[in-house]
Design a protein around this ligand. Structure first.
Ligand SMILES: NC(=O)C1=CN([C@@H]2O[C@H](COP(=O)(O)OP(=O)(O)OC[C@H]3O[C@@H](n4cnc5c(N)ncnc54)[C@H](O)[C@@H]3O)[C@@H](O)[C@H]2O)C=CC1
Ligand SMILES: O=C(O)CCC(=O)C(=O)O
Length: 527
């Protein structure tokens, strides 16, 4: 399929009249063909108008039809074949195997949401039948279901150009909820975005859905994203990226005459706590595994283990020796964009220049745009005194905080901002220490894991990829897994509606065979 550099507005392809830009080959810094042109305010307006027009018919599509549409998107992405992978490798610098895996995750995610839609449980249908004889007052007939919130603006992430981008988790969950999507392509992978966007556009047509169910807008800067979030027809926003970008969108959304929710996944340093018995028994093994997780994808994961907390001693020394030796042999790897590489180098340089920080290891030096891994250490006292040490350095850099005792580890955790994940390395003898940390971990993070690292998020029903601010803008939800659909739903109650006016999900006799709560009791069809 030819990449044209056009915006996809409903069923149309339209060359923008805004700023012209090109994708950059991450490995060389060379420009790639073709030229892309940013959308104009009129393009944003048209995409939002079509999305608003599509909203009512799309949200009432039969569950089976909506599920088939999500599957058609998945099939259309697969049908792009190797062209998608080759373009994505060039734009992102990520290797083939990683991108093939990420494509599988993207397709699997769409299919998981197809299953969620078919199941219908997300509608949370409830029926409280009328009690006309109730004393002292009769009870009305009350029925509740979740409906889609409206058109959603989705910002593709640079670091997962497939699974968190144009047809990634935000788009899949919004479409599953019944929300049209206006996607804003990430300027680091516009060609990948166009290919995937065309796949979604084709699936909309194939399934006979209103064209406004999906549009894709291009921009090298911020005006298109700002205009999109300000548009009164946009009802919610999904974003993965920098804290600065996420906060700017939160502010734009809050400043609207009608504020809307922004679900932004931003920065996280993902503390890893190494407990004493585990460290003593297998500190060296944990050190080697840590080096692998830290450098995965050149460290460009928001789940990257950026902070290690442990009590001083021979166990920690063994961990540090093994991690340092492993890191010293790791090749530098191409980063996503020159800008992200520059930000990484600046973050590492700031740590190197900090008198309270010791450089423990560097990976092998690299060439153009390649990030060289780095491991640092500091004391708990220094860490607690300098908040800049707790800031994310996006890339393969991590800071070890040497603590005198477990109480200090707890004090450091208490001082951290909200995080996506926390990992505990423990043996049975560490259970009491771990139990004591659980309350603070639950308050600080979205996912607590044991004897592993947070990189590589499982897409499933029990996953939380979220966490308190600034890990995300709203810690009550997740951007990965089936629970993500709830970001784009809101409940509506129907009181005393005649049967003929009720949505099918709430009609007497449960014609859609949904799990429902009837008069407070869960009813499982066929059970
Ligand atoms: N925590 C995480 O998962 C990630 C963090 N990052 C961090 O972000 C830095 C920059 O990477 P990017 O991916 O370019 O993130 P970014 O936040 O700068 O951009 C993400 C998207 O938001 C848009 N955007 C940014 N600021 C905006 C604003 N004020 N108004 C409207 N739209 C705006 C951009 O055009 C882009 O489409 C990295 O160096 C890293 O520190 C990047 C990717 C993932
Ligand atoms: O670790 C993963 O699989 C996902 C990480 C992620 O969400 C991100 O880096 O934005």
């Amino acid at each position: 399929m030819r990449i044209t550099g056009e915006n996809l507005i409903g069923a149309a392809s339209r060359r923008g009249e805004g700023e012209t830009f090109r994708a950059v080959e991450a490995a060389t810094g060379n420009s790639l063909e073709p030229a892309f042109a940013a959308a104009t305010p009129a393009d944003v307006d048209r995409a939002c108008a079509l999305a608003a027009e599509a909203f009512d018919p799309y949200r009432e599509t039969a569950l089976e039809d909506r599920a088939r549409f999500l599957e058609a998107v998945a099939e259309a992405i697969l049908a792009l074949g190797d062209e998608l992978i080759v373009r994505c490798m060039a734009e992102s610098g990520l290797p083939r195997a990683r991108l093939e895996g990420e494509r599988g995750r993207t397709v699997g995610q769409l299919k998981m949401f197809a299953g969620v839609v078919r199941d219908g449980g997300f509608l949370e249908a409830r029926v409280d039948p009328a009690q006309p004889e109730r004393k002292p007052l009769p009870r009305p007939d009350l029925r509740l279901r979740q409906i889609a919130v409206g058109p959603v603006a989705v910002f593709g992430a640079s670091n997962f150009p497939l699974a968190f981008s144009v047809a990634g988790g935000d788009t899949a969950s919004a479409l599953a909820a019944g929300c049209p999507v206006v996607a804003k392509a990430h300027p680091a992978h516009p060609g990948t975005s166009e290919l995937v966007g065309r796949a979604v556009q084709a699936a909309v047509k194939q399934c006979g859905l209103p064209e406004g169910v999906f549009s894709l807008l291009l921009d090298a800067g911020i005006p298109v994203g700002q205009a999109l979030v300000a548009d009164p027809r946009i009802a919610a926003v999904g974003f993965t990226g920098s804290r600065r970008g996420g906060v700017a969108l939160m502010q734009a959304a809050a400043a609207r005459p009608v504020p809307i929710p922004v679900y932004a996944e931003m920065s996280s340093i993902n503390p890893v706590v190494l407990l004493p018995a585990a460290l003593e028994a297998r500190g060296r093994d944990i050190g080697r595994a840590f080096a692998g997780s830290l450098t995965l994808g050149s460290g460009q994961f928001c789940t990257n283990p950026g902070l290690i907390l442990a009590v001083e001693g021979p166990g920690l020394d063994g961990f540090l020796d093994a991690a340092s030796a492993a890191l010293a042999e790791i090749q530098a790897a191409t980063m996503l964009t020159p800008g992200i590489h520059r930000a990484y180098c600046a973050g590492v340089a700031a740590l190197e220049a900090n008198p309270a920080v010791t450089t423990l290891a560097r990976g092998l030096a690299g060439g153009t745009n390649q990030g060289q891994a780095a491991l640092f250490s500091t004391t708990a006292q220094a860490f607690l005194a300098d908040h800049t040490l707790a800031e994310e350095v996006f890339g393969a850099a991590s800071l070890v905080v040497r603590c005198p005792d477990l109480a200090t580890i707890r004090a450091v955790l208490e001082r951290l901002e909200g995080q996506l994940t926390a990992a505990l390395h423990l043996d049975e003898a560490d259970h009491d220490a771990a139990r004591a940390l659980m309350p603070v971990l639950e308050r600080r993070v979205g996912r607590i894991l044991v004897n592993g690292f947070g990189t590589g998020v499982e897409v499933g029903h029990a996953m939380v990829h979220g966490g308190p601010y600034p890990a995300t803008s709203d810690g009550r939800t997740t951007s990965v897994g089936s629970l993500a659909i709830h970001r784009f739903l809101r409940p509506v109650s129907y009181q005393d509606l005649p049967e003929a006016l009720l949505p099918a999900a709430l009609r007497t006799g449960n014609p859609l065979k949904l799990w429902r709560r009837e008069d407070g009791k869960v009813v499982v069809p066929g059970a």
